[in-house]
Design a binder for this molecule. Sequence first.
Ligand code: 5AD
Ligand code: SF4
Length: 470
Amino acid sequence: MSKREEAINPSVKEVEIQREYIRKVGEINKGKGLKHHTVTYGCQMNAHDSEKIIGMLNEMGYSATESIEEADLIIYNTCCIRENAENRIYGNLGFIKGLKAKNKNLKVILCGCMMQQDAVIEKIKASYNVVDIIFGTYNLYRLPQLLHTNIESKSQIIDVWKEQRDIVEDLPQERKYKFKASVNIMYGCNNFCTYCIVPYVRGRERSREVADIIREVKNLVADGVKEITLLGQNVNSYGKTLEPEVTFAELLRMISDVSGLKRIRFMTSHPKDFSDELIEVIKERENICKSIHLPVQSGSSIILDKMNRFYDRDKYLELVEKLRAAVSDISITTDIIVGFPGETEEDNEATIDIIKKVRFSTAFTFIYSKRDGTEAARMEDQIEEQIAKHRFNKVVETLNPIIYELNKAHIGGVYGVLVESVSKNDENVLSGRLDDNSIVHFEGSKDLIGEIVDVKIVDCKTFYLKGELA
Ligand code: 5AD
Ligand code: SF4
């Protein structure tokens, strides 16, 4: 395949086909007041996919409901990164059996990463006939067509592809927030970290064309969006398959130039691909947030090698130092896995040590979960659950006081805050985020939602700051 073909070229014809199905299903559903209950598991990529699903459902005559009992259509957008994410889905399906007995017209749809695994499909086919439609990560845009076919045939539809055929853009999309949005810049991953299932369920790395990304960003900003998060499994390797090649730093500059865009975030960054050029851009551009999610996974070079991460402990520390030399107050957040096969007490100590050295602003800590089909699943010395739990607790106990101290350092300062929502418990309390992604609660009117306001930080807890309007 030529480099050109590896880039993603939107299929205009498919958009037209699906729009026609949206119209047909909308016609069938007209006047029925149907409701959907959509539940999303996993990462921001899945959350963004759900916005596309909900956008299409809206146009087909379904409005959203929080109540599963009230729903005419239930969708689970699934995740398979760890085993417990999968188990929850099977639990839900058991519960839905009862709902279906009461409402014969209820439709149940499963989609997302978990559906890309043959064993899962076999299990559902054999034991869960409550499911009406299954599709995967590559053909989400075909939801209107699949729903139409199911309505007409009343039979179970399973449509899971092994690879991407078309990229379909410009279908309806519901945005959860008016003032912030996510934009995919690439799909898939080529890294094959040995523990990770993502490359098997999201396929090879494909970058979107610069022009398509910029067009989407400009449209969002024209629509009132102030903050954009660029999404990809490994954003730092953006553009390698494009012709001419484009670096992520170059893309960031172009996005940063879009007039009216106040904040740019991106995730996830792989430490091995973090270039000096990228550090320069972050430093030079005011609207690029000074907050980087940089998964370290482990502090032990031996484990990092077994994880196939292509950096060691020293290289990671060197990168952190470079980032801080360029932007002294940059906040660094991370992902950590404990209990990877073969991990010793010494390896765990190395992780604890790197946490103390880097001083992460936040960390998502996970107990290693064995995923069939990955290289790590075949490794010897899988760690006992009790030992992994003990190490997990040690890691969290190291992290929390550091996170608290870093929060405390904000006290007395005044920061720009993008106001996101009003508290569930008190309608006078607002919640927003600083440039460095810290969450702050403060009193104010809900008219401020979507605005960037100055907030003075007066107090903090481990996971949020408390402030007052400055
Ligand atoms: N077990 C535990 N955590 C995992 N992650 C990915 N795969 C696994 C696994 N098999 C974590 C990594 C990654 C984050 C999104 O999920 O830390 O960065
Ligand atoms: Fe998984 Fe590694 Fe790719 Fe991240 S970079 S999605 S952890 S394989």
